[in-house]
Design a protein. Sequence first.
Length: 236
Amino acid sequence: MEVTPLRKAARRGLADEAADRVREAIFVGHFRPGAPLREVELAASLDISRGSVREGISQLAREGLVRCGWHRPTTVVDVTAEDVTEVYSVRAALDRLAAVTARANATETDLAALDALVADLAKAVRIKAPGPQLLALDIAFHDRVYAAAGNGRLTEAWHAVRSQVFLFQLQRVSLGHEHYRARVVAEHRELAELIRSGDRERLAQVAEHHVESARESLLDSIRPGEATTGKRPSSR
């Protein structure tokens, strides 16, 4: 059986490195939703022990990226309508709070960084960069909004769903790339402008709508099949 090639793990914390490398492979599409993750193959590809791989997989499970359990294969999570609805509902509330808090607390350095990321997005669209590259810039923009808000617990809450958001958005991009490409720059430019000098209530509405629009776009693409690779497992 062919082993998926992964970048060799550096000797940092091997479980952390394993989690980083597998997460990276998921985010670039090497492991699709529902794909099995086999300890033996991953350990061979990363040149580390199965124990370190197991710990890394446990970390990804806590992030909501993989599902594992007794007598069940470890797999990348499926993108189901239920999961999308739950995660994006949480994200809408978090992004709304992050945006209005950033509006109050952002420094000129923060604002310049947001503008630069919008410019990077525009360039990526112009040169027809692949969807995952656009998505990485999209997520980097939101990371910067949370950093600008300056609320550590809010940032922790974002990181609790960030990996799932990335995976779900990756599925959205793969199913409707041109639709995403057509909207991504304008939507983020509007958010950056409102964080800089916009009306607080308008900003809150736009931040929430930004997430709701992404949610509906993804839900429309995965219905009526419920999941991208099959039915949702009966237990989580």
